[in-house]
Design a protein around this ligand. Structure first.
Ligand SMILES: [Zn+2]
Length: 315
């Protein structure tokens, strides 16, 4: 099993943004639990897990009308932890992995200096969820998840970073970096630009796979091919934090080893080692807290953010 940094917390905490930023700055592998949602649901279905079976049988509208306690059960919050641990165990031994997701629990992540929970204040969570335009049912589930995770972490004594809205994403990421300083220094991290590019492609590919796996669910709407996602620029330069907004259907086809890197305008992917600078997180213009998917309406005229609700999780 590779060395891992674990980041848990409910939807709206900023886990994904922080984890992606750290992974890019240091040359780590970003493991997103959300990218494995559908695999995990299939595993739970194969095992006959009743809430998983019930969730698949309900229509998309019906799901969000059930009480939040039942939504919590159907989100498979507790069932997915061991699956996440299995996924991470199967990853290559290097580099260091930053694994994030709502179902990251103290039971799988431990409570030492390699795990951390980002817990938004209720006000911050409410504001972030409102930005995403979630349905009432989804918002209720996400609030319930915040309470559930708070209880779990308190019970086990895990480390908490409270996201109270006074800090921007860079400041939060800088604090997380500080809390993980010893583990980050121990690494191992990517050795050069080529390895960084492979890791960036791994993360981007996970996003694409997640998207495609949603649209093959029997109850999913047809894929219009217009969903746009902010992918990471794959130039592999150590200081690059650019995002490239691209329709998922336009993402380079596999095999990844043979397709060209996705590049932000003006970025190049030289064959040599990446640049070494790693600018400070603080004191730079703040990043937007990224929504999962941007803008394009799906067939129902809903924002495509809908599919993130369907996962019972977030990105
Ligand atoms: Zn770049």
């Amino acid at each position: 099993m590779p060395p891992v940094l674990w980041i848990g917390g409910p939807p709206g905490a900023g886990k994904t943004t922080v984890a992606r930023l750290l992974a890019r700055r240091w040359g780590l592998r970003w493991y997103s639990a959300d990218a494995h949602t559908w695999e995990h649901r299939d595993r739970a279905l194969a095992a006959g897990c009743p809430p998983a079976v019930r969730w698949e049988r309900l229509s998309r509208a019906e799901r969000w009308a059930v009480p939040s306690e039942e939504l919590l059960a159907m989100s498979l919050h507790h069932e997915r932890g061991p699956m996440i641990r299995d996924d991470v165990r199967a990853l290559p031994a290097a580099p260091l992995v930053v694994a994030e997701g709502t179902p990251v629990t103290p039971q799988i992540a431990g409570t030492g200096d390699r795990s951390l929970w980002l817990l938004p204040s209720p006000q911050v969570q409410r504001a972030r969820l409102a930005e995403r335009g979630l349905s009432r049912g989804a918002a209720a589930l996400y609030r319930r998840l915040l309470r559930e995770i708070e209880e779990q972490v308190r019970e086990h004594g895990g480390r908490v970073l409270t996201v109270d809205g006074r800090r921007g994403v860079r400041e939060t990421a800088a604090e997380v970096e500080e809390l993980f300083a010893a583990a980050l220094a121990a690494g191992p991290v990517a050795g050069g630009a080529a390895e960084r590019r492979r890791l960036l492609r791994y993360g981007n590919r996970a996003v694409v796979s997640q998207h495609l796996a949603f649209f093959v669910r029997p109850w999913a709407p047809p894929d219009t091919g217009t969903t746009v996602y902010p992918f990471c620029c794959e130039c592999g330069r150590a200081g690059c934090e650019e995002l490239v907004e691209l329709a998922v259907s336009d993402f380079p086809a596999p095999p990844d080893a043979a397709s060209p890197p996705l590049l932000a305008p003006g970025h190049r992917a030289p064959g040599g080692p990446g640049l070494r600078e790693r600018p400070a997180l603080q004191g730079q213009p703040d990043l937007r807290w990224q929504p999962v998917l941007q803008g394009q309406p799906d067939l129902q005229g809903q924002p495509v953010l809908q599919w993130q609700e369907d996962q019972g999780g977030e990105r």
